[in-house]
Structure formats: C-alpha cells, structure tokens
Design a protein around this ligand. Structure first.
Ligand code: URA
Length: 434
C-alpha cells in the first residue's frame, strides 16, 4: 500500500477500506507517514468527506492507536461531557465538578486549543503546577478517590488523536464532520465511559456555522456512540457570541471559578447547569431530568462543586488557592480598551474573530511547536442586545507582548456590530439529539 495512492483516492471521493484507514492511522502515529502527506490526506477528507463506514473505521483505528482505559474496577456509571469547540467555552470546569459532586464518575479527556477555539488542557495548565499528563494508572486511582479527573491524549492514550489534532490545528482542516466526530469519539471511547453528553456548538464562533450541519455532526457522534453501546446525548447550543465574558486561558479559569461560586454570567451558568443535569441523569443519580436539574443547582449553590474542583486541582499538582486568589494565576502586563464608534445596540459579535484576535495576542498557536501565553485574552464588557454609547468600552484586550495588539484590536472592533435596532433574543439551547 502507498500513502500517495490513498491520498489520491480520497481526493477523488472514493471510499477507503478499514485496512487502508488502519495503514494511514498507524503509519502516522508511528512516524512512518510524514506530516506533509497526512496534511494532504486531511485536506482531501475536508473536501471529499467520508462515508459512515469510513468514519467508524477511522474512529476505531484512532481509539486503538494506544491503550484504552478499563474503568470496570471503579464503581458507578462513568459519564463525560465534550464540546465541539467554541469561544469562551469553559463549561467543562463547571459541569464536571457539578456532576462529580452529585456522585457521577467523570473521566474527562480533553484537547488543546484548536483553530480559533480554546482548549481545556491549555486552560487547566494555566493553574500553576497543574498536570494533565497523568498515567492511566494515576487516572484510575484519582477517579476512584475523587470521581473526577482531567487528562489529555498521551503517547499511550489515543496517540493518533494527539498527533492528528495538533496537525489539523495548523493546516485549516478542523471544520470537518468526519474529522471532528472521530477525534471526539475516539478520546471518549478510550477513557472507559458508559455515557456521554455532547455540546455541539453552532454559529459564528463554532466549527459548524449552520444548525443543519450541527445536527449532522451531532447525529454522527450519537451514531458512533450507539454502535459502541454507549448512551450519547447531544445538545445543540448557540455560539453566535462568546460564552460568558472571558476569552483566554487563565481568564477563563477565573470566570469558571466565579461561576462555581454562583457569581458567574447568566448564559454560562444556564448552559453548565443543563449539561451537568444531563450527566447526572445519564449517570443515574436522579430519576428524572427535572430532579437532575435540581441536584445540579443544589451543588452549585451549596459550594460542593467548587470544593470538588479544588480537590481535583490539588490532586493533579495545581495550587487550589489560585482559584480564589487570581493574582496567583498568570496575569497580563498590558491592557487595551476597544470602544464603540457609535451609540446603539450590540446586534452581533463575531465570535470567531474574537477567538482569532485572542490567539493573535498569544492565547493560541500558529504552528504546532508554538507555546501559548496563558495570561492573555479578551474580556467583553457587553453582550448582544445591550445598549452602548459612543465611546463605551466594548471589551478589553489583555496582553504581555505588544507586537500584534494593534491588529487584534482592529479585528475585535470590527467583530462588534452596533445598530439602531435591538436584536431579537436568541435561544441558547436550540435542540437535543439522541
Ligand atoms: N474537540 C475535539 O476533541 N476534536 C475536534 O476535532 C473538535 C473539538
């Protein structure tokens, strides 16, 4: 078999057989297939798509590219949550402790920043000392003790996703239903879950720009889960503006911490409670979804979920005090305000451009080997529907290096649309699939 022939066949829209997919995934994971050939293959998939059979075989090959975790020794139903990626999306740090505080076992394997969206691992690593590279043994031990653990793909766990994910990030091949679904589902199936709640984002800040595509992505993942005997439910949620107010790694940890102390933004709190409730229900900790919603709310208000996150941070080597004393988190050295050119209503915020601007000042990567700056990002002052005066602050950029601040500030200013008409309110949770 030759890689170039498989790239060519995919480019021309042909279906690849499971053994051909295996050749590509194993060859790339082992370093025999170089980045340039895999990049070409990913671009061919981006344009030609994949059949259901191909998506299933790609997911299986990625899942078996390393070890899988057997959690049968840890009592309880194991439920995880995963988002398809958005801007300012820090629900994982709120949802996972809420569900764990209610008794659900939450093994959470996440990724790094991808495209214009932030990554759970990068955000967690902004907490001084926090380790996401636990061994499978450490992962199981912590789950048994605390009911929650955050990890990333490693050389042992889904190494194929680890490599492909990083390559997709810098080759403009993220926005592809087969690539997103196989990436997410291979990680989730490898970590030993029984059930999964998916947050499929749609809108300007999401990889899926239309509800039809978001539904197709949700159905693809629910289908993979069903074929593997897992309960999977997907919420399709609006990403036409950033979630909450904070965008950027340490900034998002701060906002998640405030939200777990019941002092967070309304949209972030609402979505987190709903996702947690669905996990609690699938985790069989409540007899009905309504009872699960009440349980999620209780664990937010009584502070037990916040306490759970602190325990997890401590167990993974991080400094839990950083969740209260934000001066212990990486902090930016410079700040630039972006103001409104005119009076009116905020009618649109292009979330993708906000994400790209945040990356420009260092919150994301341009090349695989780039490191991110955990301190930088953007804090919105206003959200859609709010009234502003000429000169009102729309948002603030926090940076540590000056080089691209002008360019980023310009892009952010263009991302806000101010009009004389108040826009219609948008629903946050649009649809449930599965
Ligand atoms: N999250 C993932 O893990 N993979 C993707 O491709 C997109 C979001």
């Amino acid at each position: 078999m030759r890689t170039v022939d498989l790239i060519q066949r995919k480019r021309d829209g042909e279906e690849l057989a499971p053994e051909e997919m295996e050749f590509l995934v194993n060859g790339y994971t082992d370093g025999e297939i170089p980045d340039y050939q895999m990049s070409a293959f990913l671009m061919a998939v981006y344009f030609s798509g994949m059949t259901d059979r191909e998506v299933s075989s790609l997911t299986e090959c990625m899942l078996h590219s390393g070890d899988t975790v057997d959690l049968s020794g840890v009592p309880g139903v194991k439920v995880d949550k995963h988002s398809t990626g958005g801007v300012g999306d820090k629900t994982s740090f709120i949802v996972a402790p809420l569900a764990a505080a209610a008794g659900v076992v939450v093994p959470m394997m996440s990724g790094r920043a991808l495209g214009h969206t932030g990554g759970t691992l990068d955000k967690l690593e902004s907490i001084p000392g926090f380790r996401t590279d636990l061994t499978p043994e450490e992962f199981q031990k912590q789950l048994a003790e605390l009911g929650l653990c955050f990890i990333g793909q490693t050389e042992r766990l889904v190494p194929a996703d680890r490599k492909l994910y990083a390559l997709r990030d810098v080759t403009a091949t993220v926005e592809s239903i087969p690539l997103i679904s196989s990436s997410i589902m291979s990680k989730k199936l490898a970590e030993g879950i029984d059930a999964l709640v998916l947050d499929v984002k749609v809108g300007t800040g999401a990889f899926m720009k239309t509800q039809v595509d978001a539904r197709r992505l949700a159905q693809a993942m629910v289908g993979i889960g069903r074929r593997m005997d897992k309960k999977v439910q997907a919420l399709i949620t609006d990403m036409n503006q950033p979630l909450g107010y904070a965008i950027g790694n340490a900034l998002e940890i701060m906002e998640a911490s405030q939200t777990l102390q019941n002092a967070g933004p309304a949209d972030l709190t609402k979505l987190s409670l709903e996702l947690a409730a669905r996990m609690i229900f699938l985790g069989k900790k409540a007899a009905t979804l309504e009872a699960a919603r009440m349980l999620a709310e209780k664990h937010l208000v009584d502070g037990s979920a916040y306490k759970k996150l602190k325990q997890v941070v401590t167990a993974q080597g991080g400094n839990p005090q950083a969740l209260d004393k934000f001066e212990l988190l990486p902090n930016a050295t410079g700040m630039r305000e972006v103001t409104s050119p005119r009076a009116g209503y905020v009618s649109r915020i292009n979330a993708q451009d906000i994400g790209i601007s945040s990356n420009m000042i260092g919150a994301g990567r341009d090349k695989k080997e780039d490191s991110i700056d955990p301190a930088v990002g953007i804090i919105l002052e206003v959200k859609m529907g709010e009234k502003v005066d000429a000169g009102s602050v729309l948002c603030r950029l926090y940076y540590t290096k000056e080089d691209r601040v002008d360019e980023a500030a310009e892009m952010v200013e263009d991302a806000f649309h101010i009009s004389s008409q108040k826009p219609d309110e948008r629903e946050l949770i649009l649809e449930v699939v599965g």
